[in-house]
Ligand binder design. Structure first.
Ligand code: DAT
Ligand code: MG
Length: 140
């Protein structure tokens, strides 16, 4: 499998509870390298654009408000099959369905406040990385 990059976000419920280091340890233990990382506070417009694919879903307003409520840590993870590997480390969207040892099983508070975002495919990974990072910020 090829080396890939994926976009990860440590969400406000996790940054608020000082879980950035514990979550990053999970990524690193799984062989994912953090090749770019920054802490930012999204505006509602920026969060809304990021999650535009969900704009017709009933939870969209709540999701956007939550993502803009407090700072997040956006990061680029690199590794063999990084997109799928990150989804594995994250666990299921609903923490009630997440496997033991996953980030969402250990840390998520609810379906909405579920601690992490991860890209779901090569095309979305490329778009999402470009949304937050310039080429100059991506070190190998
Ligand atoms: P994922 O983050 O696992 O890729 P998704 O892309 O389907 O999941 O949804 C994006 C986020 O939206 C998800 O992390 C939390 C929120 N969300 C999804 N479904 C929801 C629901 N039924 N109720 C509340 N929030 C939801
Ligand atoms: Mg998704």
């Amino acid at each position: 499998m090829a080396t890939e990059r994926t976009l990860s976000i440590i969400k406000p419920d996790a940054t608020r509870r000082n879980l950035t280091g514990k979550i990053n340890a999970k990524f690193e233990e799984a062989g994912l390298r953090i090749v770019a990382q920054k802490r930012i506070h999204l505006s509602e417009a920026q969060a809304g654009k990021f999650y535009e694919v969900h704009k017709d879903r009933p939870f969209y307003g709540e999701l956007v408000e939550f993502m803009a409520s407090e700072p997040v840590v956006v990061q680029v993870l690199e590794g063999e099959g990084a997109i799928a590997k990150n989804r594995e480390v994250m666990g299921a969207t609903n923490p009630a369905n997440a496997d033991e040892g996953t980030i969402r099983k250990e840390f998520a508070l609810s379906m909405g406040e579920n601690s992490v975002h991860g890209s779901d495919a090569p095309e979305t990974a490329a778009q999402e990385i470009a949304y937050f990072f310039s080429g100059l910020e991506l070190v190998g």
